[in-house]
Design a protein around this ligand. Structure first.
Ligand code: ZN
Length: 242
């Protein structure tokens, strides 16, 4: 092979490499190393935020940047749910799957900022019980858990009817003005086109890491299921045996 041809081959393969987006990058976040048990750092927290809905029944996983047993289990369950080799180690295949589920604005594929912001039609993230930045962080965590919930139910679509509410909005709809919706930690969800049931949603939510679940039989919750990411476990949907 002449040196000219060799140079051309090299140039063409470089272009091919540049043309393919790296599997571990998108417009929202890029992981630049494999993460595993014992890893720590903000990249672990970014991972935890996206897989927390897979930690298991009743496990409300800490987003603490420390890759411990709960993170390993969550990654394993996430990998299994999406047909990947379930080794509990987050490498390129796991990051590629996360990116496939993530929009450029960091919201998960089947949920949007528009549907979780400002209750009462106001829009935005101010006027809550915490800063707008914290509200957005909490909403993102709520949306990733909702993405897990949706997939766990066989990808049956779920619609959010209320997410963040300012304190005045919360009071206007009969809330205390300081509840979980005012922190961005809560969403109210309903099935779409009747292809799911409130009870199935409430029962499945027990596996998704929600601290609170209120559904059918709990006062005021026969027409939606409320899920939020508070700590502890406060579940009530008496009509569903919860
Ligand atoms: Zn609610």
């Amino acid at each position: 092979m002449s040196s000219l041809v060799a140079a051309l081959v090299l140039a063409i393969s470089s272009i091919a490499l540049l043309g393919a987006a790296p599997a571990n990058a998108d417009a929202c976040y890029t992981w630049d190393r494999t993460l595993r048990s014992g890893s720590s750092g903000s990249d672990v927290a970014e991972l935890q935020e996206r897989v927390a809905g897979w930690a298991g029944y009743g496990v409300n996983m800490a987003i603490d940047g420390s890759y411990g047993p709960q993170t390993t289990q969550a990654v394993k369950n996430f990998q299994a749910a999406y047909g990947l080799s379930a080794d509990g180690v987050a490498g390129p295949n796991t990051f590629a799957q996360i990116h496939a589920l993530q929009d450029a604005d960091c919201s998960p594929l089947h949920f949007s900022w528009a549907e979780v912001d400002g209750g009462c039609g106001a829009g935005g993230y101010s006027g809550g019980s915490v800063s707008a930045t914290t509200v957005r962080t909490n909403l993102l965590r709520s949306m990733w858990r909702a993405e897990a919930l949706r997939h766990r139910m066989g990808d049956k679509p779920v619609r959010v009817t209320s997410g963040f509410r300012s304190q005045s909005c919360d009071r206007a709809v009969g809330g205390s003005g300081t509840g979980q919706h005012t922190y961005g930690r809560a969403i109210d969800i309903v099935p779409v086109n009747g292809n799911n049931t409130f009870c199935n949603m409430a029962r499945t939510a027990r596996y998704i890491g929600y601290g609170a679940i209120f559904g059918p039989g709990y006062p005021g919750h026969n027409d939606h299921v409320h899920v939020d990411i508070r700590s502890g476990r406060t579940w009530s949907a008496p009509s569903c045996g919860i």
